[in-house]
Write a protein that binds this ligand. Structure first.
Ligand SMILES: *Cc1c(COP(=O)(O)O)cnc(C)c1O
Length: 457
């Protein structure tokens, strides 16, 4: 019997020609986004001042199962895709498990994560519409970097509001974005109404994603020829990220494998939503029965401890409301939290799939356990993982160890979303033994829930 290779590559011509839109197949569609002013379901014309038109249409599309990937986007994909699907032989050996472990590695581009898959699509549609530029927010910096690359490629301007504490901790990230031509402003800034208000109310604010989003949206809607772009959470982003799962599905098919378990880390839900693509279709249509696990930080537990309801996507309440699992738009994770995935809400699509039992399980893990898994993985598989990705590694290892106990030979697929080169402060804290775990109390969470709007459904 010929052995399955370490890396299962597809050829360039096998890059999928269309993204998969799970909404066309979901038994219960997501609840509509609401206009923040009228609280009525948003229409295309509500979204058009914020997003470019083609993306606004994708955001609302619940009928087309496949949406063609424009040729210009496919050409860009060819520079760094198909991404490898790796059989984790060395990890399997180290764990002494009968499980077959595969990971889809998305860190092989300069931005260092899967975020480029959506960034290039969003920049393309903006260019096609004749816009001048985009605005966005970034937390850890991966999204800002990816969008800077994409805007640089299409000759668009980009203004990035970067969460202040992150901008201070990660000067190199800022330098990369600037190299690609973006301008980077620490948030909260004094350049926007929202930023000035937050600075007045909380003079020592180190920023949050929710505030940075408000600032970026404000600049987009008040500047001519400018729109806003978001790197996760939205339906359009999950759509673009299905390239990950569609490629993984094709590669697994080539070697005659099918995942029993599909694992992804979940911040806003885009990489997991994307990785699940062909497998969730099989599941919804009763063809196969893969088990899906979302992994989130114990310090920002939106699926495991959040509420399923309408909430604002930002702190300044300028964005539409989405029905999702959320900790409340005012929730801010503990400052000791180092591993990313710190957004208060979760993609409406993933939230609905979780609510309906298609996303089988959400599991929260503490950051010291996450970094232990990251280190173990780096030593045997060679890749230094992003802390976000290491959430998925943690659970993949735990599931593989269960297989060792039971003797079951399960096939496990997880998303290795990126590299950790810009996260060395967090690694240093783990290596020196100073990293701590903070799990929010019920009272902490109540304070977050109190910031959710009350919407009658
Ligand atoms: C942004 C990011 C994530 C989390 O975002 P999702 O939308 O939940 O996928 C995970 N891993 C890396 C490396 C990231 O940059």
């Amino acid at each position: 019997m010929s052995q399955i290779p370490y890396k299962i590559y597809l050829s360039e011509s096998e890059i999928p020609a269309a993204w998969y839109n799970v909404r066309a197949e979901m038994k219960n569609d997501i609840a509509p986004m609401l206009n923040p002013g009228t609280k009525k379901p948003v229409t295309l014309s509500d979204l058009e001042p914020v997003f470019c038109t083609e993306l606004a249409k994708q955001e609302l599309n619940n009928t087309d199962k496949f949406i063609e990937i424009p040729e210009e986007v496919r050409n860009f994909y060819k520079m760094y895709r198909p991404s490898p699907l790796v059989r984790a032989y060395c990890l399997e050996k180290a764990l002494d498990t009968p499980a077959h472990i595969y990971y889809k590695y998305e860190g092989g581009n300069t931005s260092g994560s899967h975020k480029l898959n959506s960034a290039i699509a969003q920049a393309y549609y903006a260019k096609k519409q004749g816009l001048k530029g985009l605005t966005t927010e970034t937390g850890a910096g991966q999204w800002g970097t990816a969008l800077a690359m994409a805007c640089g490629y299409f000759g668009l301007s980009l203004k990035v509001f970067m969460v202040k504490c992150s901008a201070e901790q990660k000067p190199f990230r800022k330098a990369v974005m600037e190299t690609y031509g973006a301008s980077v402003t620490p948030s909260p800034s004094m350049e926007t109404e929202v930023g000035r208000q937050i600075n007045k109310m909380y003079p020592n604010s180190t920023g949050s994603l929710g505030t940075a989003i408000s600032e970026a949206v404000e600049v987009a809607v008040t500047s001519e020829g400018t729109r806003y772009a978001l790197g996760s959470v939205l339906n359009q982003v999950l759509l673009h990220q299905t390239i990950i799962g569609l490629e993984a599905g094709k590669a697994l098919e080539k070697i005659g494998e099918y995942p029993d378990i599909v694992i992804g880390c979940a911040g806003g839900g885009s990489n997991l939503g994307g990785l699940m693509a062909p497998f969730i279709s099989d599941r919804i249509n009763g063809r196969r029965n893969p088990y899906f696990i979302a992994v989130e930080p114990a310090s920002c537990p939106s699926l495991t401890r959040g509420r399923f309801g309408y909430d604002f996507c930002d702190t300044g309440h300028v964005t539409p409301l989405a029905k999702m699992y959320t900790l409340g738009n005012g929730f801010i994770p503990s400052s000791s939290h180092a591993g990313g995935l710190r957004y208060h809400g979760m993609s409406s699509i993933l939230s609905q799939l979780y609510h309906d039992g298609y996303l089988d399980e959400a599991r929260s893990v503490t950051q010291t356990d996450v970094f232990a898994a990251a280190k173990q993985f780096a030593r045997v598989e060679g890749i230094l993982p992003a802390p976000e990705s290491a959430h998925a590694i943690r659970v993949a290892i735990d599931e593989a160890l269960k297989c060792k106990e039971s003797g079951e030979q399960k096939t496990i697929l997880f998303g290795l979303t990126g590299t950790g080169y810009f996260d060395m402060t967090a690694y240093m804290s783990y290596n020196s033994g100073t990293m701590s775990d903070y799990i929010p109390s019920d009272e902490d969470l109540e304070r977050g829930f109190a910031t959710m709007p009350s919407i009658e459904e």
